[in-house]
Design a protein around this ligand. Structure first.
Ligand SMILES: O=C([O-])CC(=O)C(=O)O
Length: 181
């Protein structure tokens, strides 16, 4: 499946299509996340291939991953839904934006909310908490994670906007959603 921005003649439609438009076109070929996130970053719409981290109140692996070149990817973080500590603040988010990450979705909390709103990256998280997380290095990378009735498999494609989060069921280069639809 290819989710591209072209009409039947292969001509770009020229205006941004929303998550609702994408869902209407592709239906249940796409998973739709039922978890209600808050939007924290300056970018309201973002997409890319998924990389995953699972960590609970410990952000060492998250920080190391966002220190790698993003190459247009979106990091999906299964933080166990914890509101207890922030897994990301403005320093890590700024680094992620500089490294070419398109977005970060955190099933958990962030901090430095005012500053995050000025960083040119997509950020969705459940909540905010000024308390920082532990630095023990507990967690896993590149594992399948699930929340909001969606399974996020590394390499699947994710599209996020004000409507919500859509995720392909397949992985690989054929499953693409171009940004300027
Ligand atoms: O270092 C942390 O735990 C998170 C943080 O405050 C930042 O990214 O600015």
């Amino acid at each position: 499946m290819t989710l591209d921005g072209e009409d039947a003649d292969g001509v770009g439609v020229g205006s941004a299509r929303s998550g609702a438009d994408l869902y209407d076109e592709h239906g249940d070929d796409l998973q739709s996340c039922t978890t209600q996130f808050r939007l924290f970053g300056a970018r309201t719409s973002f997409e890319g291939a998924v990389t995953t981290v699972r960590c609970h109140d410990d952000n060492v692996i998250l920080k190391a991953t966002l220190g790698d070149p993003g190459a247009g990817r979106v990091l999906v973080v299964d933080g166990g839904g914890s509101p207890t500590t922030a897994l990301m603040g403005d320093l890590i988010a700024g680094m992620a934006a500089s490294n070419g990450w398109e977005g970060v979705i955190i099933h958990g909390a962030v901090r430095d909310v005012e500053a995050l709103s000025k960083i040119n990256i997509g950020i969705k998280a459940l909540s905010s908490n000024p308390r920082k997380s532990r630095k023990d290095g507990a967690g896993e990378k590149d594992v399948e994670v699930s929340f909001g009735e969606v399974t996020f498999t590394p390499g699947c494609h994710l599209y996020s906007d004000a409507d919500g989060i859509l995720v392909t069921r397949e992985t690989g280069s054929a499953a693409t959603v171009q940004r300027s639809l």
